[in-house]
Design a protein. Sequence first.
Length: 445
Amino acid sequence: MNTNKYDEIIKKNYRLKITHLNDKGYGVASNLLINKIIKKKIVLIVPGTLAGEIILAKPIKIINEKMFFRISKVLTSDQNRKKQDCKKFLICGGCDFRHINELWLQNYKLMDLNDFNKKLKIKFQVLPIFQSNNYSRQRASFACEIKNGVFKVGFISMFKNQIVELNECKTLNRSLLKIFQSFKSKLSNFIIKKNFKFKIQINLLQKGGDVLFDLHSFSTEEVFYIDELLNFLISINVIRVSFKQNNHLSIFPFNNEHKHDLGKLNGIQLYSFPQPGGFLQATKSGERNIIKYVLSAVKGSTKVIDLFCGSGTISIPLNQITKTICVDSNKAALEGLNKGLKFNTSKHKYEIIHQDLLKKPIEKKLLNEVDSIVLNPPFKGAKNQINEIVKSDVNIVVYVSCNFKTFERDAKVLLSNDFMIAWVKPIDQFPYTNHLEIVAKFVKI
């Protein structure tokens, strides 16, 4: 686009009508004047709006033929709009929906799932949606920057490539937020480099925070006064800290209590042992619902394979009720899984396999040894593994998905190969976003 034309556009507010929402839940608007000025068709995107609303908004940025706007004033509002409850909404980029009522949002999140169900000859049961509460997020990643001695830590802005600092966050667990606030107020005291960007990941384990500093290509000694930093971290209830330099990881455990509470099963308290910076489900309540519904789906099985098992969020409870085969590509996660399976004693045998399932799926021969298959793939789904599953004789497949599009793609393969969906449990661990996780039970007809 001509720079002068862009400068002309961004200086003004525009009256826009929201025609519909895109797949992220952002409003899509129309304005003939803008298209006339730039002499090409461009999509106008306005986060925080609803279809049919008329607004005043100012352009902020253009990315890939999309012009993003920030609301200046809502002129005509939808009946489902409510007053937003966060001063950083649509600034920090963490939430998409703090401007609408809960019923509308639940229906919106279930829309793709219900539309998919309507197209099937054999309908499945959609169980009631579970929603995590405020202040429940047990993991978070933050961007950090120190520039000319000024330190910032927070989330990356929705509209600009800059850090938005937070005083409060309604999604984060209060214990995690307390660690974050300590970093915000005091971490700069331990930083040597004066112009530097890095990232921090905080996982909340049972006894405190598990912190990973991603320093990119820099060493710990180049960035921090390390002894002083370690003492500070201990004082704010960090139980383990790790420093990542490129692909090298330096780990400083402050005690042996690096357990993650998975809840009780048949009166027995279970724990996992995630690796530094390892994956945790977003909320404890969501995590326990996933475990609950996976276990109910495989009830009665004598042997189960858990594909994409990680450090054992599902494998460890599974092994309490049945023989278990656990498969993942991450060696560090499997080391934690092995520790967890030994710690949580069970009368059932287990086997751990290190294998990249996206490149080399488990084949029919091994799959035929089990009664049920559980898979919890990454965002891109499990296309290759599903193609192997349909060749096997297994009658039950339990699919845990964080991406409905890839779930639908993989589900169609199962459905076209003599499976049906018995039920789907929607689990909302990100209540103010367009994100929804599901647990689905497939059975062979």
